[in-house]
Ligand binder design. Sequence first.
Ligand code: ADP
Ligand code: MG
Length: 699
Amino acid sequence: MRPSVLFPLFAETHTLPGIGPKVEKLIARVAGPRLIDLILDLPVGVVDRSYRPRLSEAEPGRIATVKVHVLDHMPSPDRRRPYRVRCSDDTAVLELVFFHGRADYLLKTLPIGQTRIVSGRIERYGNKLQMAHPDHVVAPGEESGLPLHEPVYGLTEDLTPKVMAKAVRGALDKLVPLPEWQDTAWLAARGWTGFHEAMLAAHAPQGDGDVLPTAPNRMRLAYDELLANQLALLLIRAQMRGIRTHGAKGRVLKSAGRLKAKAIAALPFALTQGQTQALAEIEADMAAPARMLRLLQGDVGAGKTVVAFLALLNAVEAGTQGALMAPTEILARQHMASLEPLAKASGITMALLTGRERGPSRDAIVEKLARGEIDIAVGTHALFSDDVAFRDLGLAVVDEQHRFGVHQRMLLQGKGEQNADVLVMTATPIPRTLALTAYGDMDVSRLTGRPPGRKPVETRVLPAARIDDVVASLGRALAKGARAYWVCPLVEESEKIDLAAAEDRAAMLKRVLGSKVGLAHGRMKGPERDAAMADFKAGRTQILVATTVIEVGVDVPEATIMVIEHAERFGLAQLHQLRGRVGRGAEKSSCLLLYQGPLGETAKARLKILRETDDGFVIAEEDLRLRGAGELLGVRQSGLPTFRIADLAVHGELLAAARDDARMILEKDPELKSPRGEALRVLLYLFERDEAVRYLRSG
Ligand code: ADP
Ligand code: MG
């Protein structure tokens, strides 16, 4: 249960004075629905109003605060021209300009003959000084209502800076001092303040330096957020490994490697150095008494499947069963097809179980699994449905293809398969820092490099305006028998429009290039989509128009061309994965990235990286460096954690420190029961790592 000191912070924003349902909705869009969301929504900039020149010396273009005498009002002569108010100090005249200004209101705020302090951007217009729509107008003596340094928040249409700033102030008023969870001496050594002070200061920047991610207050808060993330992952890890509760959970799975030898003998290739190394790491974990929680990270096509299969054979030979779970039906079937010959060669039984196995055939599989007559089950989430029970599951391999977050991993935990070793495979080559925040509960094996024999894919970046040329050259390649993927991105918010665009594109290609065009998208029913994929795989269609990464998850070595529309909308890692779908056969392959211009410098630099390298890890690091973690497109859909304050592109070192800190904290106080531990529980709730706190015995 959330500690009661935090209750007020988790109230909804309409509980603040002056915030009704309409504004609440707007705030929810930029920050979130609750006060804590406002508090964690730090300013993106600061307006400095401390420049107070005499008018004769005022630099045009700067934000200035000036004390003036109101001379007279000049209402707009017609609707096109503005209302003007003439003012002056001793040195010059300043005209305040209001478009659609209302006379009654302006006469009240700027009474003729009175003195007012106005703040806004001063411009020179001909030989006149003017200020259009001053941000603030106050009477002398009311200067407290005119902040000299004003925080700037991210806004949305119709949400004014003033309303937003007021809401944030209201939320901050509810932020009572919390018990300090950081060590005071340690804070002092870093020159950091307490949490409360840091948070208030972060919302009151005094200059541009204060809104940088490297500003001390921001660093302190980022550290808090990263520490919460790492503590949570380590708590989950401890829970899954069972170390805190009753010694090491898990079991010893060791074999002489007879099955492995048979399978390797049946492979048409030799294992690479990297594969051998990864397998050795996995086998060592399996042989150890603690439960294995390992991530096998490797590019698309790096050869992870074989490694996983050999690990599964190790579990089988050790007398247990294995499971290989894929994120989609298609991928499960593909694994089944590619592994069946190896299963035969090694003399084990393997079965497929997905949502599409139903009725008596499903019953038969479930029964055999329970009796231990099936050694390895390949499938989807259906493998872990309530009525499926293994006789003795030794190893669960999860091929997540970037879709299986920490929450899903924890589901495995609740399945009664409490002791099974877990190997997660991911083909998203995410940067090291991001991997630590997403998979910090696991040990990592990295498969770098590729199996021999794969040719690099020639990559070109073209404006969408050149689409006719692309279609023409595609036509020439198809005439020679080539096969091509054509990807149209699907953005969640405009899914309908995008889908229509993909359908139009398929129709256009059909019209121009003949009839052999297939279409596969996520809205299709399983069998329909499988049919489209199968047609493409069998060569009955030559072009496959697809809408997402997953839809092209099929291995078609004959495909040599990949066209991606709106490449600028994809994350680099995603583009890289898509590109990995071609270049799988003997033929030379190409990838055409079509972008909708104009592109900014960063966007250009990003696409250029894809042309220059084929290494997914390099690409991921560069993408993080260029765009920052929050911007990595697809991060939300991928189940990777997102941060409110920490910026992984900048805070890599903080993350490493938070990792070490979290380790030390839990070593000394595994249940977070000390006074500092209690405070850290508050921190975990503050950053909504509730799932981790659940695993602690109450204090
Ligand atoms: P991943 O799952 O990592 O994306 P796969 O396991 O599907 O990659 O492997 C891609 C292709 O490379 C498959 O066709 C596989 O048979 C082949 N392959 C795997 N290991 C090797 C190797 N050592 N030498 C040659 N080809 C390999
Ligand atoms: Mg794979």
